[in-house]
Design a protein around this ligand. Structure first.
Ligand code: CA
Length: 374
């Protein structure tokens, strides 16, 4: 999804799997309680549709101080159990209402007039009163956000210069964070050519001199990409929805770790490592993520998570660790925020089939857990 200011170029791609763990509780009693909590989390992992329902019955455990600890069953078992929920939108709104403007913007930092990656959609900026194209947002009355992408009318094509409309929500003003676990529960339609939905994180300081991490890595981006299509002109394909590319980019996409390996400017090779010691190099990156069953990921609800700290980036599918970059020299050490959107066509998925549109992506929630002490 990245934007290259110089040329709007993009790099993305495929591969992945691993496991690691972390918990540093000092009390044996607490460890035992935690293990119980983790077992119960596993049952949720296997039944992701139950995730929200189980919120209300989250486990009440005693700490050594007898203070109650609420373990959210959505938190993966290896994520720091002291993290607390600091941001959430569960999209429990009436049909016909607009997304919550206190939490979201309906535009990317570069606005709707800039097209990147040769994409075909116009992101109608409805939260700023934009009527140049249809409103892409609605709510289903069952606590889900609906983002719809479809064809513009001839008049809208003339106004926007683009033949499709779609929606993007960014938490740029409400949800920048440095260290935390973020998760979105998402459903998208199978078999839609040229579809490029995404749940991703972007660095906070767009076009700002403040965009410098402790490690000097600028313009960072972490992606889950729901891509389906014949394939773009230089990114290969075809892409099927039994797999989901994940990627980490920095320096505005000049450096990318994805399924295609770790590539720098002009294809220069990178070298890094996943958290289980798996080498990441020019030929071997991370993802695409698949289900063990090989089942299609489209047409079903799944939970897409990212645990980011100054030391690593970890991707989770339905609470299970599926890919990582474990290298403080290159991972993002600046604040980032979540974005959810549907892009159409362009360099990654390739051309859309108009007969497949309109299509919608549903989002049950976007939730962020952070350390209690930042
Ligand atoms: Ca919801």
């Amino acid at each position: 999804m990245k934007k290259n200011v110089l040329g709007f170029n993009i790099f993305i791609l495929l591969v992945f799997f691993i496991f690691s763990s972390c918990s540093d509780n000092s009390s044996e009693e607490f460890k035992n309680d935690l293990a119980l909590g983790n077992m119960e989390q596993d049952s949720v992992v296997n039944n992701p549709d139950n995730g929200m329902e189980q919120d209300s019955v989250a486990n009440n455990l005693d700490t050594p101080d007898n203070e109650p600890v609420i373990l959210d069953p959505r938190l993966p078992a290896d994520v720091d159990s002291t993290y607390v929920l600091t941001f959430e939108d569960d999209f429990n709104q009436l049909p016909g209402t607009l997304p919550n403007a206190d939490k979201w913007q309906s535009k990317l930092p570069w606005g709707p007039s800039v097209t990147i990656n040769n994409e075909r959609q116009y992101y109608t900026d409805v939260l700023n009163g934009d009527h140049n194209a249809p409103n892409p947002f609605d709510f289903d009355g069952n606590s889900n956000l609906i983002i719809t992408a479809g064809l513009n009318s001839p008049a809208q094509v003339e106004t926007t210069g683009l033949d499709y409309y779609s929606g993007v929500l960014t938490g740029a003003q409400s949800t920048p964070y440095k260290d935390g676990y973020i998760e979105a529960k998402i459903w998208y339609e199978p078999g839609v050519a040229g579809f490029w939905g995404a749940f991703w994180l972007l660095h906070r300081y767009y076009d700002s001199p403040q965009d410098t991490g402790a490690n000097g890595k600028r313009r960072t981006e972490i992606d889950w990409e729901f891509v389906r299509g014949p394939g773009g002109e230089f990114l290969g394909g075809p892409y099927d929805t039994d797999r989901i590319p994940v990627a980490y980019h920095y320096d505005d996409g000049q450096w990318s770790i994805s399924g295609g390996g770790f590539k720098g400017p002009n294809g220069s090779p990178g070298l890094s490592v996943q958290c289980d010691g798996t080498v990441i190099n020019n030929n071997k990156g991370v993802g695409p993520v698949k289900q063990p069953s090989g089942e299609d990921l489209a047409g079903a609800w799944h939970r897409y998570g990212v645990w980011k700290t100054d030391n690593f980036v970890k991707w989770y599918l339905d609470g299970i660790l599926v890919a990582s970059v474990c290298d403080p020299a290159i991972v993002s050490q600046i604040e980032m925020y979540p974005i959810v959107n549907i892009a159409i066509g362009g360099n990654f998925p390739g051309p859309p089939n108009p007969e497949d549109y309109p299509t919608s992506m549903l989002v049950d929630y976007i939730s962020l857990w952070e350390p209690t002490v930042k």
